[in-house]
Design a binder for this molecule. Sequence first.
Ligand SMILES: NC(=O)c1ccc[n+]([C@@H]2O[C@H](COP(=O)([O-])OP(=O)(O)OC[C@H]3O[C@@H](n4cnc5c(N)ncnc54)[C@H](OP(=O)(O)O)[C@@H]3O)[C@@H](O)[C@H]2O)c1
Length: 278
Amino acid sequence: MPNNILLTGGKGKTGTLIGELLTQKGFAYQIATRHPVSDNEVTFDWMRPDLADAAFNNVKALYIVAPTNTSDHGTVVLPLLEIALRKGVQRFVLLSASSLEAGAPMMGKIHTWLVANAPEWVVLRPTWFMQNFYEQRHLTSIKAEHTLYSATGDGKVGFIDALDIARAAVSALTSDKVMNRDFILTGPQALSYADVAAALSQALGKKISHTNLTISELSKRLQHNGLDENYAQILAAMDGEIMSGAEDRTTGGVNSLTGVNPGSLEAFIHRELHRWGV
Ligand SMILES: NC(=O)c1ccc[n+]([C@@H]2O[C@H](COP(=O)([O-])OP(=O)(O)OC[C@H]3O[C@@H](n4cnc5c(N)ncnc54)[C@H](OP(=O)(O)O)[C@@H]3O)[C@@H](O)[C@H]2O)c1
């Protein structure tokens, strides 16, 4: 079982929860961050190869959250993973996405590299996070307009709680077993955005609707909210994939890694009610 765990993205949605679970289980870990403030945080930036050697000192297991400020993961991330390998990192656990096979752009490139180079590896491929509904654009429209915008039509997603991804990651980082495979991770139910709006309405005690847009309307809306044109088009097109059924599935991935079934949307909303000001 690898020791000396380093969490990139350790202050993000999954990384924070992974740290809490590792502490509960008695594993030591460090957080790799661009803005270290405490003793268990090391300075790390995917754009700064000069910092990597020191950051990977004594690391045996590495949790990889790719940078969110570039999509060129082949050029940016892989050289740093080469350094990690040279420094003796044994196990690599990548947070990828259900829509990205090995060989696909972005995390798909890292996935391919792990298969070819990593002594031990796991690729976690979660679908869309339940946490998105209490952040940024969805939170804003739920609060201000009592609606969820998407271009997903009646398409369904097996929305997953980031806590289940974190549990799966802890198992992948600490298990005695060498897995060397990917896992598609979903929640227990495939749900449409209208289903999510209905669950939110029930829990928040007020009517929340789903407003369906065309892909082009959603792209314009995202740009209006501050995203650049390219990123807005990519995100809007992903809704089109959902509409055509690409995410309409549930898998046993979480249970395979943790031995426990993933939590429901209702349980997630109940736990996080304060996020919507209730
Ligand atoms: N949200 C979803 O529904 C969803 C679904 C499937 C897959 N994913 C994937 O999950 C991953 C994480 O997404 P998220 O939205 O949950 O983000 P997040 O983990 O909450 O936040 C991003 C993290 O990345 C770190 N980071 C960003 N740029 C960095 C850089 N240049 N160097 C070092 N660290 C950097 C930040 O750390 P510091 O600021 O501390 O440096 C931050 O902790 C992404 O790859 C995303 O594609 C998301």
